[in-house]
Write a protein that binds this ligand. Structure first.
Ligand code: 1PX
Length: 215
C-alpha cells in the first residue's frame, strides 16, 4: 500500500499528552487536558458514527474550555487550580442549580473529569483482559461504575447500545495503532498511572471546594 501522507495516529501519542498535564507542583494544565481529550475524540470518531452523539457532547465541552483558554481572562485558565480559584472568587459558577453560568469552566471540566474516570477503569480492564476479552463488556462495566451514575436513563440506554457495536479486542487494539497486543498492554501500563494521577489531583481539588456535584 502507498505510504499515507500523514502519519497514522497512534493512541500512544494521545495518552502521552496526559504526561504533560501535571506541572511540577501538581497543577493540571487546562491546555494539555483539552489536547488529551481532543486526541481521544479523534480515536472515538475512528470507531464509527454510532459514537457521534458521544463525541459531539465531548467536542462541545472542549469548545467551551477553549473559549475560556483563549478569552480575555485566559491567564486565569492556565491550570485547573487557577480556574477554580478565579471562577469561585468571581462568582462565575452555578453552585446549586443551573443559572447564569451554564458554561463555567468548573462545571464543564467536571463532565470531562468524570469521563476520565471511565477511561481509567476501561483502560485498566483492557490492559488486564485476556485474548478473548469483550470490549463491550469492559466498556459497560467501566461506565456503570463511573459516568453512568451522573447520566439520566435515556443517555445510559443510548450509551449501552453504542457499546454493543464496539469492535472486538483484536480489532480494537489494531485501531489503537500502537503495535502488537503485548506492546498495547505495556503502553497501557505506562499511561494508566499518569491518567490516574491527573484524575486524583482534580478529584481532590474539586472535593476540597465542594464542586463534585455542580449542576
Ligand atoms: C482506548 C480507549 C480510548 C477510548 C477513547 C474514547 C473517548 C471517549 C470520550 C467520551 C467523552 C464523554 C464525555 C461525556 C460528558 C458527559 O457526561 N456529558 C453529559 C452531561 O453533560 P451536561 O452538560 O448535560 O451536564 C451529557 O449528557 C452526555 C451525553 C453524551 C453521552 C455520553 C456517554 C458517555 C459514554 C462514555 C464512553 C465512551 C465509549 C467509547 C468507547 C471506546
Amino acid at each position: 500500500a502507498p505510504e499515507a501522507p500523514e502519519e497514522k495516529f497512534s493512541l500512544r501519542e494521545v495518552l502521552d499528552t496526559f504526561k504533560l498535564c501535571l506541572s511540577e507542583d501538581k497543577e493540571v494544565y487546562v491546555e494539555h487536558y483539552v489536547a488529551g481529550w481532543r486526541g481521544l475524540i479523534k480515536f472515538l470518531n475512528s470507531l464509527g458514527s454510532v459514537f457521534g452523539f458521544i463525541s459531539k457532547d465531548a467536542v462541545n465541552k472542549i469548545k467551551i474550555l477553549v473559549t475560556h483558554l483563549e478569552g480575555e481572562n485566559s491567564s486565569e485558565y492556565v491550570t485547573v487550580q487557577s480556574m477554580v480559584k478565579y471562577e469561585l472568587e468571581n462568582e462565575l459558577v452555578d453552585l446549586n442549580k443551573r443559572g447564569n453560568h451554564p458554561e463555567s469552566g468548573c462545571r464543564t471540566l467536571l463532565r470531562l473529569h468524570r469521563a476520565l474516570r471511565w477511561l481509567e477503569l476501561f483502560l485498566e480492564r483492557l490492559r488486564t483482559s485476556g485474548e478473548d476479552g469483550k470490549t463491550s463488556v469492559m466498556c459497560a462495566e467501566a461506565y456503570n461504575e463511573s459516568l453512568s451514575q451522573h447520566h439520566p436513563w435515556v443517555v445510559r440506554k443510548a450509551a449501552g447500545m453504542a457499546f454493543c457495536v464496539l469492535p472486538g479486542r483484536p480489532a480494537f487494539f489494531e485501531v489503537m495503532n500502537v503495535g502488537t497486543p503485548e506492546q498495547v498492554v505495556a503502553m497501557l501500563g505506562d499511561a494508566l498511572p499518569l491518567i490516574s494521577e491527573v484524575y486524583q489531583v482534580t478529584e481532590e481539588l474539586y472535593a476540597q471546594h465542594n464542586l463534585l456535584d455542580l449542576p
